[in-house]
Design a protein around this ligand. Structure first.
Ligand code: SF4
Ligand code: SF4
Length: 405
């Protein structure tokens, strides 16, 4: 998937970082400060009295303890059953150290099955090792893989304990040079039913799959005698790494749009000192498309997405400081999730880039999306039924119709 690779190795020089940032569409200002994980909405819901409310705890409880079945379509017992089962692999790992403050994959890295081997495999060719790691990542379940240079700007200023919600050291080892970024596709038919509990199975499934991929890939690298930290939402921001690894381009809905899956993808990462070749960022024309599109803004039920060009305005403490980008109002967004008792991705569902690029006509669409024809594509999108919410009952009917006897 990723071409145009160079043999640039870490540490990245200031000049090269500037070049790579420009190529990836990343802009920082003098106000830049690393993000503290304690400030993300999922953690603030536990400690920040300014925003926390009982619905937020009911949201978390609905995943493991008390699903909130109700009459609305897509929120029945089967819908919650599927969503929560989809999360089960991720839950298994995240819960095992939660009470000791180590919620793996969220507040701390996935813990190693075995430590770094005492003997180190020699890397004679970075190119060969890079090709091998990408193949093995796919063998372990990744859909797309890219490699970025390690960049301390994206490491959290500190992690947060899942027991006390106090700040703690991220604990990343010294000497990291590369980040292997892994993308997992979210199921399209489930995404079509957002907002619903059953749609949340698309997110849960991707989390469970990435847990299994990250834990195996990081263990493989440790078995070679090199350091590897298996990471999901913990330790560092993943979006800048996905951009730097050439996997896609940042969009107004705060997602990375990839040429393979559009925005319908979740990312995880393995941070390592294994000598690898870094991919180059690549732009797909998303920035110019989003400049003239408002579909996600219009569809957001709580108006949490920004209009206008990217900026470094910080609406609240859940936004990173000193990065010029489109940033949602995370307080409004998570408030809606809490009321729904499930995650929302309406802004993903309605995005014109949410297509199956396995079909040639969607690849033709992608080609035109880079051209001034983008305005017409948006008009056509608005006239068509694409992106409209599908009933979860249709999803269940479809399951029955394809179930082998
Ligand atoms: S996830 Fe839902 S609430 Fe949040 S920004 Fe997207 S559409 Fe709005
Ligand atoms: S819906 Fe439109 S504006 Fe929003 S992310 Fe997709 S292309 Fe960009």
């Amino acid at each position: 998937v990723n071409y145009h690779a160079d043999i640039n190795t870490s540490p990245v020089t200031a000049v090269d970082r500037e070049r790579r940032d420009a190529a990836a569409g990343i802009q920082t200002t003098d106000r830049f400060a690393r993000f503290s994980q304690r400030n993300d909405m999922f953690n603030r819901a536990f400690w920040d009295d300014e925003i926390r409310r009982p619905e937020m705890m009911a949201f978390f409880d609905s995943y493991r303890k008390t699903p909130s079945f109700r009459r609305g379509r897509g929120f029945g017992q089967k819908d919650f059953a599927l969503r929560n089962a989809a999360w089960a692999v991720s839950d298994e790992f995240s819960s095992r150290g939660e009470s000791q403050g180590i919620r793996e994959g969220f507040n701390a890295p996935l813990q190693p099955t075995a430590q770094v081997a005492s003997e180190q495999v020699e890397v004679e060719s970075r190119d060969d090792m890079t090709a091998e790691i990408k193949q093995i990542a796919k063998l372990f379940g990744a859909g797309i893989v890219g490699i970025a240079p390690y960049d301390p700007r994206w490491t959290y200023a500190n992690r947060v304990s899942s027991a006390t919600f106090e700040e703690d050291e991220t604990g990343l080892p010294e000497g990291l040079t590369s980040v292997v970024v892994l993308g997992h596709e979210m199921d399209r038919a489930l995404v079509d039913t957002y907002p619903s509990a059953v749609a949340g199975a698309a997110t849960g499934n991707a989390y469970s799959e990435e847990t299994a991929t990250v834990i195996r890939l990081s263990q493989y690298i440790r078995n070679l005698g090199w350091q590897a930290v298996g990471s999901m939402n913990d330790s560092a921001l993943v979006i800048p790494y996905a951009l730097q690894a050439g996997l896609g381009e940042y969009a107004r809905n705060q997602l990375v749009i990839t040429p393979e899956y559009g925005p319908r993808v979740r990312f995880s990462k393995v941070l390592t000192d294994l000598p690898l070749v870094h991919d180059q960022p690549r732009l797909l024309g998303v920035r110019r498309f989003c400049d003239v599109c408002t579909r996600c803004i219009d569809a957001c039920p709580v108006k949490a997405l920004p209009s206008g060009p990217p900026s470094d305005v910080q609406l609240n403490r859940s936004a990173i400081q000193g990065v010029i980008k489109w940033t949602s109002d995370a307080e409004k967004c998570f408030g809606f999730w809490a009321d729904l008792r499930s995650d929302c991705a309406i802004c993903l569902r309605v995005c014109p880039w949410n297509r199956d690029f396995g079909y040639w006509w969607n690849r033709v669409w992608r080609w035109f999306a880079r051209t001034p024809a983008r305005g017409w594509l948006i008009k056509l999108e608005n006239l068509s039924k694409r992106g409209k919410r599908k009933q979860s009952t249709n999803w269940w009917k479809r399951v029955k119709s394809v179930t082998p006897r």
